[in-house]
Design a binder for this molecule. Structure first.
Ligand code: GLA
Length: 379
């Protein structure tokens, strides 16, 4: 990837830029809890966006996307928003830095990525984090702390891309650390690294290749449901709610909103249970909670789809320890916790059964927990 990017940069702009990378993320547990002030438990993965960037001494940005074979140019004022959807992620990052009192001048860039698009692995957060980190380094002498870089990415989604997302994806892409998961308290912003070792087990993503697209998806509607219930219960977020409170106000809440809140309340406890279990090396409990999350996301939160429910069932039938839909939903991957001696059998069964039923094979990505956004250095 690096060589092609460098060659394209020279061809388009002459000379050389500085290389930056930022990864996608996976999440062990804690789904749709971030915008409810709860906990999440993600890690950065080995799939990333890589960008070659160089200030160009003007007030214009020129970017080339290798994967799309498209170029976009834009100015840095609010009215200069590019028409290309993909370029709005980069424009948004520039604008959010400027709005926070930072500096961005014109630059030339070429980027490419191997984070599968629409698979729930946060390719958009990787793109935002890559540019937020790079522009912070190139123009601001690293003025913004890393959590602010994550917020710059999140505000980009809110203000320029139409997704009212939480902080998990950008947080994980910015803060990722090789071989570590991170437990983030999304209310306080405090987080801890958890050295992640899976003795005798593997984690693997099975990508249904059903494209998920959070823009225009019911994602924002889910968030609205949660906010409505929080308001009815008189709390800031569902982090401060429990089932007794929810039951007590049942007649003021629509059955649909009730199901959404029930899922969130159960999920926030599952994250803590998983952290405890991991510390004790109790992977059976981790797995049980993962199945619980799938059940909740499918039946109560209703963000699964037939293909992902099918993959979950195949995992269960094979005796896989834990399996669940991962990320925002409406397509994408399942994340699976599999005993090493079952691994080959599970992958073969999942690939064959899925292909038989849906006419195409799912993609398989073993989880490799990696570092977060950074200047690229040769290993
Ligand atoms: C998407 C959002 C995140 C989070 C997850 C669900 O990935 O970007 O903020 O809400 O969905 O856990």
């Amino acid at each position: 990837m690096k060589k092609e990017i460098k060659e394209k940069f020279t061809e388009l702009y002459g000379g050389d830029g500085v290389l930056f990378v930022a990864p996608g993320r996976f999440n062990l547990i804690g789904e749709h809890t971030d915008y409810n002030g709860g906990f999440v438990f993600p890690g950065a993965i080995d799939k990333m966006i890589m960008a070659d960037i160089r200030p160009n001494g003007t007030d214009h940005v020129n970017v080339y996307s290798m994967d799309l074979g498209e170029k976009a140019s834009f100015g840095l004022n609010e009215e200069d928003a590019p028409k290309e959807q993909w370029a709005r992620y980069i424009f948004g990052v520039c604008r959010e830095i400027i709005k926070r009192g930072g500096r961005v001048n014109g630059f030339d860039a070429v980027f490419a990525g191997n984070v599968p698009l629409g698979a729930g692995l946060s390719s958009s957060a990787a793109l935002e984090s890559c540019f937020a980190n790079a522009l912070n380094e190139l123009f601001n002498d690293n003025k913004f702390p890393r959590m602010e870089l994550a917020k710059i990415g999140q505000s980009t989604e809110h203000n320029y891309c139409g997704v009212n997302c939480g902080i998990m994806d950008q947080f994980a892409s910015v803060h990722g650390k090789k071989d570590n998961l991170m437990r983030l308290d999304c209310r306080s912003g405090e987080f801890e690294y958890f050295p992640f070792k899976l003795d005798g087990y593997k984690l693997v993503l099975v990508d249904s290749r059903v494209k998920h697209e959070l823009v225009d998806s019911p994602y924002n509607k889910r968030r609205e449901s949660c906010e409505r219930v929080a308001k009815t219960l008189g709390v800031d977020t569902l982090r401060d709610a429990n089932m007794a409170m929810l039951e007590a106000e049942k007649d003021k809440i629509s059955p649909e909103d009730f199901r959404r809140a029930e899922y969130v309340i159960e999920e926030k406890d599952r994250v803590l249970e998983v952290c405890d279990a991991l510390e004790k090396g109790d992977l059976q409990t981790v797995g049980k909670c993962m199945y619980g999350t799938h059940e909740g996301l499918s039946k109560l939160y209703e963000v699964s789809c037939e293909e992902l429910d099918f993959l979950n069932e195949v995992a269960r039938d094979c005796g896989v320890t834990g399996s669940r839909i991962m990320g925002g939903g409406f397509g994408g991957c399942t994340v699976n916790l599999v005993k090493e001696d079952l691994y080959d059998h599970f992958i073969e069964t999942a690939v064959n059964k899925f292909a038989e039923r849906y006419g195409h094979e799912p993609k398989i990505y073993p989880v490799i927990v990696s570092d977060g956004a950074r200047r690229y250095e040769e290993q």
